[in-house]
Design a protein around this ligand. Structure first.
Ligand code: FES
Length: 420
């Protein structure tokens, strides 16, 4: 192999192409001269250990603290549960979520919740002493949020997914200033961004337009006031149902965004209910922003599919869904405006899920026969999936009787074999 010279190195000391090419014959010579006996398998590759820490699939945690944030919202602090197989928390980027799995009446249900704490808090001191925080708003009639509010207390053991989601800040893609639009409990991922900015984990200016009905609906108010003193964050409250001095009233419109946005380029990040997204999708083009500068937090299911612009009415009032897995089959009933996933879960069959909004692909299932309505705004399938008949049940609505094959739910670190 030739001697390395500075002439062959790229600026910064990296290997140049010329030097790399000189390595090839040397490497081929070594391969040709090596023994062809079996290579002993290393039981524990450091890289595999690291991958398992970063992507554990599921995590078994415990509730360490419960705080009431408002009449309908509680903040839960979660810590690792080494006895159940999780020694430390998986790292994440601000804006990501975890999917929380609960067992109710013999059924396994899951919902995504944004991580409201920062990655720095999850890391702790690196000794398994980190925390996650999630805020759960009790939705009227909500099975999972109601179950959590009624049953989760200090010491409760819970199973959650690894962190997921794309509602993250990327320095190479996003502008140096972000106008954040938070609707109600949609403030939670922004709290994670804010806490990370204050700890030096992220570096961008955030102008947060926080929309609520009334002052009493604000959560994390004192923290937001404190964060605003840093100079990196500005918070503007927008009340839809009342007027307050020094605050905006009405809804978040392009005009309002322009009033607070900088003259330079900026990104828009929005997190809130699906009705807010529909409104913004229609209104935001007026700002003329580049597409890469607009991000929506997509997790969570569509509550009213009838509001989708391409909504396709159904012929029937109820359909049968035959669910197959590992050769077994079970039939459940589904209303045309209910997602296939909800119907399957209601029937007592657990389905892998993450975002519940068509984005992550965890629920990816084969549609053996039948037709579905899939809103274009939520259809995150790859082209190959469309061609070969795969659907995401979390955003699919039956338009005929269906036969569907669903994958098994991944087991947690210490609960292998207990889920379907
Ligand atoms: S749960 Fe993410 S695509 Fe269905």
């Amino acid at each position: 192999m030739g001697r390395r010279t500075d002439r062959n190195k790229e600026p910064g000391g990296k290997l140049s192409v010329a030097e790399f090419l000189r390595l090839v014959p040397e490497r081929l010579k070594k391969i040709a001269g090596s023994s062809d006996s079996d290579v002993e398998q290393a039981a524990d590759y450091p890289v595999n250990r690291l991958a398992a820490e970063i992507h554990p699939g599921t995590q078994n945690l415990r509730i360490a603290k419960v705080c009431t944030l408002s009449a309908d919202t509680k903040l839960y602090t979660l810590i690792p549960d080494p006895e159940s197989g999780t020694a430390s928390l998986a790292p994440f980027a601000p804006g990501q979520y975890i999917s929380v799995r609960v067992e109710k009446d013999g059924r396994i249900l899951s919902r995504p919740y944004s991580l409201a704490s920062s990655p720095e808090e999850a890391a702790g001191n690196g000794k398994g002493d980190g925390v996650y925080e999630i805020a759960v708003r009790r939705i009227p009639g909500g099975e999972v949020s109601g179950h959590i509010h009624e049953n989760w207390e200090i010491g409760t053991r819970v199973t959650v997914s690894e962190p997921m989601g794309e509602f993250t800040y990327e320095r190479l893609r996003d502008a140096g200033c972000v106008v954040g639009i938070a609707g109600g409990v949609g403030i939670t991922p922004f709290r994670s961004h804010i806490r990370s900015i204050l700890r030096g984990g992220e570096s961008f200016r955030l102008i947060l337009l926080y929309g609520v009905r009334k002052e009493e609906d604000i959560i994390f108010g004192s923290e937001l006031e404190e964060a605003a003193k840093s100079g990196m964050i500005r918070v503007v409250y927008v009340y839809s149902d009342e007027k307050k001095t020094g605050c905006e009233s009405g809804f978040i419109t392009p005009g309002l965004i322009r009033r607070y946005a900088p003259d330079s380029e900026y990104s828009v990040f929005a997190c809130g209910p699906s009705s807010m997204y529909r409104f913004l999708e229609a209104e935001l083009p007026a700002l003329g922003l580049r597409r890469k500068y607009v991000r929506y937090d997509a997790k969570g299911q569509i509550m009213e599919p009838r509001g989708e612009p391409d909504y396709t009415p159904a012929d029937g009032s109820e359909y049968s869904i035959t669910v197959r897995r590992n050769g077994d089959g079970k039939t459940v009933k589904c209303h045309p405006d209910e997602t296939v996933m909800s119907a399957i879960e209601r029937g007592g069959i657990a389905v892998p899920s993450g975002c519940r909004s068509g984005e992550c692909g965890y629920c990816h299932s084969r549609l053996v026969s039948g037709r579905c309505y899939i809103p274009a705004s939520r259809d995150g399938r790859r082209q190959a999936d469309k061609i070969y008949g795969y659907i995401h049940p979390c955003v699919s609505y039956p338009r005929s009787d269906l036969v569907i094959e669903v994958p098994p739910v991944p087991a947690g670190p210490s609960v292998r074999g207990d889920t379907e």
